[in-house]
Write a protein that binds this ligand. Structure first.
Ligand SMILES: *Cc1c(COP(=O)(O)O)cnc(C)c1O
Length: 354
């Protein structure tokens, strides 16, 4: 350990009040949070304190101008009682890519990794042991200058808090390919995990949900033609025996760690994976020819979630044989096995916390 983290323990744990078999997602917080401050030059004062409100100026630029970025990850307890994370360094690297794009400072690896690990040690009882349940971790950074001029803030806070979550059982998703609104344009911030990307899709997503869809399938900003992702997951389609996912590189798609893991696993099994532009017309044609066999979203919350229906320009494409999707089932089971410690970990993705 290279970082001195001050620990102030909560006077009493709230854990006894939690029904771990029936957790409301995102509403129950563990006893502690990790906090560090950027003073304009360096990160200082790493500390673990009881979870609770913090006091901030109403002028902080995170609120007014949106310098706010975050990560999402899960810690699992294995059958032996060990705590493990899945590729946490990738979250650290992505947070710093987001920070760079938003004009925010880098967070050093030890603040991210040791903050995370120490918080998990202090709140280890909060990592549920029930199969599929996890402790969801939310590392985030935001601007804290009390100054309303438009310029990058000098000061920032980096915080990690956590929420126990039950296994994510999602119904297969119905998505609407969006032809009016856009999520991200080339040169924009679509590949940064920044707060504004979520704020900007709240309204269109709520509209789509009122029309009976679970999520929006975002199309590219220029032509409304190429698939990008849903608002919270990357996407994969199986056409024939090929697995296809939209390519990164235009800064319009979030670089999902689940996405990268699914690509590596599939290729290691000999499945042909293409990272390339895929148009909605190609999807419709594959559907009409009976070649659109599977479609799924990929992200930390659900790992892999089936997409059973795509709505595009007034027509529904209803995918078939959902209980027989081979790629989906194998990827989901393997990923969950690796994350929870019941499957082999051929790529050394698991990071144990001691
Ligand atoms: C976080 C996120 C994802 C999934 O990323 P993972 O690293 O796999 O959790 C996909 N799309 C968007 C928009 C996201 O914010």
């Amino acid at each position: 350990m290279t970082l001195e983290i001050a620990v102030e323990k909560a006077s009493a744990s709230r854990i006894g009040q939690v029904d771990f078999n029936n957790i409301q997602f995102g509403k129950i917080f563990s006893d502690h949070q990790f906090i560090a401050d950027f003073d304009g030059e360096k990160w200082t004062n790493p500390r673990i304190v009881p979870y609770g409100n913090i006091s901030l100026s109403p002028a902080i630029s995170a609120i007014h101008y949106g310098q706010a970025i975050f990560e999402g990850m899960k810690a699992f307890k294995t059958e032996e009682g060990a705590i493990q994370l899945f590729r946490p360094q990738e979250n650290w690297k992505r947070l710093n890519r987001s920070a760079y794009r938003m004009g925010m400072p880098d967070i050093p690896e030890e603040f991210f990794m040791e903050g995370l690990e120490e918080l998990l040690r202090v709140d280890s009882d909060w990592v549920p042991a029930t199969k599929g349940s996890a402790l969801y971790l939310r590392p985030f950074m935001f601007a804290t200058d009390d100054y309303i001029g438009v310029r990058p803030s000098d000061t920032y806070k980096f915080i990690i808090f956590s929420c126990p979550v039950n296994a994510y059982y999602s119904q297969p998703l119905k998505v609407k390919a969006e032809t009016q609104y856009i999520r991200a344009a080339e040169g924009g911030v679509g590949s940064a995990k920044c707060a504004g990307n979520y704020g900007s899709v709240m309204h269109p997503t709520r509209e789509a949900q009122r029309q009976g869809f679970n999520q929006i399938l975002w199309l590219d900003a220029k032509e409304h033609k190429y698939l990008e992702e849903t608002g919270t997951t990357n996407i994969f389609v199986r056409i024939g025996d090929k697995l296809i996912t939209p390519a990164l590189g235009k800064q319009t798609i979030l670089e999902g760690i689940t996405r990268d893991s699914l690509i590596q696993l599939s290729r290691s099994w000999g499945i042909e994976v293409e990272e390339r532009a895929i148009s909605i017309d190609e999807l419709v044609e594959a559907y009409n020819n009976g070649l659109l066999k599977e479609m799924f979203g990929a992200g930390t919350a659900a790992t892999v979630a089936q997409i059973e229906l795509v709505h595009y320009q007034g027509k529904d494409m209803q995918l078939q044989h959902l209980d027989q999707w081979e790629y989906y089932t194998r990827l989901k089971n393997t990923m969950e096995g690796i994350k929870t410690g019941t499957s082999e970990d051929p790529f050394n993705w698991v990071h144990k916390v001691y």
